[in-house]
Design a binder for this molecule. Structure first.
Ligand code: ZN
Length: 123
């Protein structure tokens, strides 16, 4: 892979990591025993019945959001780790280089389009 492209994608990944970490820290706390793990915080709004219901609603929304953000953050961190190890941009299934267009669109991709289609049905 071209050095310039690698630098560019690394920059994108670092920005993504920062954005996700910031977003997560707004409503979740990092697990001190496992820095990859975040836990949504339960906010105490009040003790009335409707307030309690609101708390539960907010918590379940945050929980879903937390899981999505956490997974995306983990992907970005994995990709950054690969850059360090020099294995970035290689498909984890077939060991071929991942298409540049795909990496530009989603820098944390760990597999090529063909394998992704084959193994997960999603793009
Ligand atoms: Zn592949």
């Amino acid at each position: 892979m071209k050095k310039e492209l690698l630098k560019e994608l690394e920059k994108q990944l670092l920005a993504e990591k920062e954005r996700l970490t910031k977003e997560l820290s707004e409503f979740a706390k990092r697990n001190p025993k496992n820095i990859e793990d975040w836990n949504a915080e339960f906010q105490n709004i009040g003790d009335k019945e409707d307030e309690n219901a609101e708390e539960v609603n907010a918590f379940s929304t945050n929980l879903t959001l937390e899981r999505t953000l956490e997974a995306t953050l983990r992907d970005a961190e994995k990709a950054l780790d690969k850059i360090k190890k020099g294995t970035y941009g290689i498909c984890k299934y077939c060991n071929k280089e991942i298409d540049e267009k795909r990496l530009r669109a989603r820098p944390s991709s760990g597999s090529c389009v063909e394998c992704k289609k084959k193994f997960t049905q999603e793009l």
